[in-house]
Design a protein. Structure first.
Length: 398
């Protein structure tokens, strides 16, 4: 039984939740730039279930370079796992093409794709030693000489710090060590790419942090593409060279962690990435003697030159004003608005500050201990240069 055959035996998701195309998706958001180094090309993949009633993913286009760490991230049910399973060959797409190294593999059996799948649940054989677990795929799927198999297992065990544990049974290992064995089993196959589906979700928070660093180091060392599924935006930001944000079956944006964080293509991406979440408030475009301003019930701020350029024909319209918490600053002087301090949430080096003014809530981030619990009201300044504007439907304007 191969790694991928084991995958077929994993339980399938059977929810009948229906998905529809997000109205916030734009053409530019769904495409990925072609590059000469593209190793894996995913073009126009669609997968539906229940005779088309459930669209698990649609129009997915992703290019993956040889040594690239790509994260598929999005809320539960957005189609990440289905996309990954299409790449692995565990699902047959209704439409689209998948190429590896220029070869069309869309209709190849999973075992013929040379892609290694690492699962959410650690599927080790309890009666086999770590050594046998790691070399399992080599025994089942290759005609390599025994010496070569031994060499690969030992090399991988060394990379993963498992040398001392090769003769132990999985039950005597910690969760993190077991997940390492599972990675090792994929690594010995020397695949074209690793496909990982929430591999750390069963681990506790500290171990998860450790494994993230480890897997990123390993990926850098191997210089092999990894496609990693997670619903955790923080995991996506810390691991990815390239992040693919999905919602309702559609890719919303593809970019580096900084691009996704600083320059979201729509309201969904802005809201999904980053913690605390950005402030997103309805505002009206107004013309004053000193130029265009953006007005909410609580504050009125001048449009930046760039914003004004996009808004000159939109006076009177209602839009969404977006700003990350770190760009709201507490000031001693007169701010852009006054707010009540509701809650201080210590985050370590910073505090998340939750504020309210009229019926609106805001989050800000301040250095540790800057505000005391006794503080009742604060003056808040908005760093308008860092703000975004979205259509009410969610598409980014500027
Ligand atoms: P999660 O993080 O919860 O695993 P996901 O983003 O990976 O979610 P998918 O598992 O790809 O999402 O599922 C996308 C949609 O397709 C969901 O609505 C899901 O219920 C549906 N779906 C997935 N597999 C099947 C299946 N075999 N039969 C019917 N519906 C399915």
């Amino acid at each position: 039984m191969s790694e991928t055959t084991i995958a077929k035996e994993q339980t399938e998701s059977t929810s009948t939740e229906e998905t529809t195309m997000s109205d916030t998706t734009t053409d530019s958001a769904r495409t990925d730039q072609d590059s000469d180094n593209d190793h894996i090309q995913i073009e126009g993949i669609q997968k539906t279930f229940d005779d088309g009633a459930i669209v698990a993913c649609d129009d997915v286009n992703i290019n993956i370079d040889k040594g690239e760490f790509v994260i598929l991230v999005g809320p539960s049910g957005c189609g990440k796992t289905t996309t990954l399973r299409c790449i692995a060959g565990l699902e047959e797409p209704d439409k689209g093409e998948i190429r590896v190294g220029g070869n069309d593999i869309t209709n190849l059996a999973p075992k013929d794709r040379n892609l290694a799948f690492v699962f959410q649940s650690i599927a080790l054989f309890p009666h086999m030693s770590v050594r046998k677990n790691i070399r399992f795929g080599l025994d089942m799927n290759t005609d390599l000489k025994d010496d070569e198999k031994r060499r690969r297992v030992e090399e991988v065990a060394e990379t993963l710090g498992l040398e001392e544990m090769l003769d132990r049974k999985p039950s005597s290992l910690s969760g993190g060590q077991q997940q390492r064995v599972s990675l090792g089993r994929a690594m010995v196959m020397e695949p074209e790419a690793f496909l990982l589906d929430e591999p750390f979700s069963a681990l506790d928070a500290n171990l998860r942090d450790e494994m993230r660093v480890e897997v990123k180091k390993i990926q850098r060392e191997l210089n092999t593409a990894m496609v990693f599924v997670t619903h955790d935006q923080e995991e996506a930001m810390t691991l990815g060279d390239k992040i693919v944000v999905m919602n309702d079956g559609y890719v919303q944006q593809i970019g580096t962690p900084y691009e996704i964080y600083n320059d979201p293509t729509n309201r969904f991406v802005a809201d999904f990435i980053g913690s605390p979440s950005p402030n997103l408030q309805k505002c009206t475009v107004e013309r004053t003697d000193s130029g265009l301003v953006l007005s909410t019930d609580v504050f009125s701020v001048p449009a930046t030159d760039e914003q004004a350029e996009h808004l000159k024909d939109r006076v009177g319209e209602t839009l969404i004003y977006g700003i990350r918490p770190e760009y709201l600053t507490i000031t001693d002087g007169d701010g852009d608005f006054t707010a009540s301090l509701d809650v201080i949430e210590p985050l370590g080096d910073r505090d998340a500050i939750h504020l309210s003014a009229d019926d609106m809530s805001f989050s800000a981030v301040t250095p540790q201990g800057e505000l005391s619990r006794e503080t009742e009201r604060v003056q808040v300044n908005i760093q308008t240069e860092e703000s975004w504007l979205f259509e009410q439907g969610g598409t980014r304007i500027v």
